[in-house]
Design a protein around this ligand. Sequence first.
Ligand SMILES: [Zn+2]
Length: 324
Amino acid sequence: MFLNSQDNHSADNFFMRRCIQLAANGEGLTWPNPMVGAVVVYDGRIIGEGWHHKAGEPHAEPNAIHSVKDQTLLCKSTLYVSLEPCSHYGKTPPCADLIIEKRIPRVVIGCADPFPSVCGRGIEKLRSAGIEVSVGVEQEECLLLNRRFFTFHKLQRPYIVIKWAQTEDGFIDHLRTSPSEAPLKLSDGYTSLLVHKLRAQSQCIMVGSRTQYLDSPRLTVRNWPLYGTRQPEKAVMSRSLGDLKTYLHALYEKNVQSILVEGGSSLIDSFTGQDLWDELQVETAPLAIGQGHSAPKMPDTDGCRTFTLKTTGNHTITSFVRIP
Ligand SMILES: [Zn+2]
């Protein structure tokens, strides 16, 4: 792909969007690390690409840099990377050192790293080596890509996804009192697959004690094996639990990066009532039941990114995502 070098602004955006695409190849596999993508551009053309595949394996920058066939071009190229390069020794040597060693003259970064041992230091190290650094290209998209990682580090609590399924007239179930009565089936084959994917992206799944008593849900990710065999932990929340914020901070200390709250309504209302949520996913099934167990109250979603998905079976999933 060639781009006019006069049009630097849109070229930067274009190449950063490619970084984000590459980064997403690591979805579900890089935890607890973020997803990161990088491209090397010489004379308006991509000559190297890479992304972070898995925690413990090389970062996106060395993967992109080492993929360049003619290494003599690096000292005349620009490196694009969706997240600030690291400057500390982790499981791999610092990427900032490699960039300096390869004498890459310009680096464009999507967003700074919130991780305390990286934040700003990678950028500083590159600049003090005389490299031209631009930060904040496609920043909002880069933040959204790693919203779990950013929220976890910035707010020192897990990223909170709340999901429920409801009828068109706003019920999540029949009025049931005993586990012997079958629950109302709201998801179709495709949307229940997406629920398994959502679970696979979480380290912990929470349900209220009513849901646990009536349904004893398995809450497994058996239909989404693409992220490996790790199963999320299951937590049953009772009213006696006490302060949610204290509980969430304890999960942060246990390195739980994201949680999924699957209901029922009173548990969800207690999260949204304290403004403790980052993402809502509401599935609406094409049926009405007239009476039943009411859906959770919809919180104020102003300022959220909204995504809508309609299935062939006329189920609609609307997601409201806060930008971290
Ligand atoms: Zn790195």
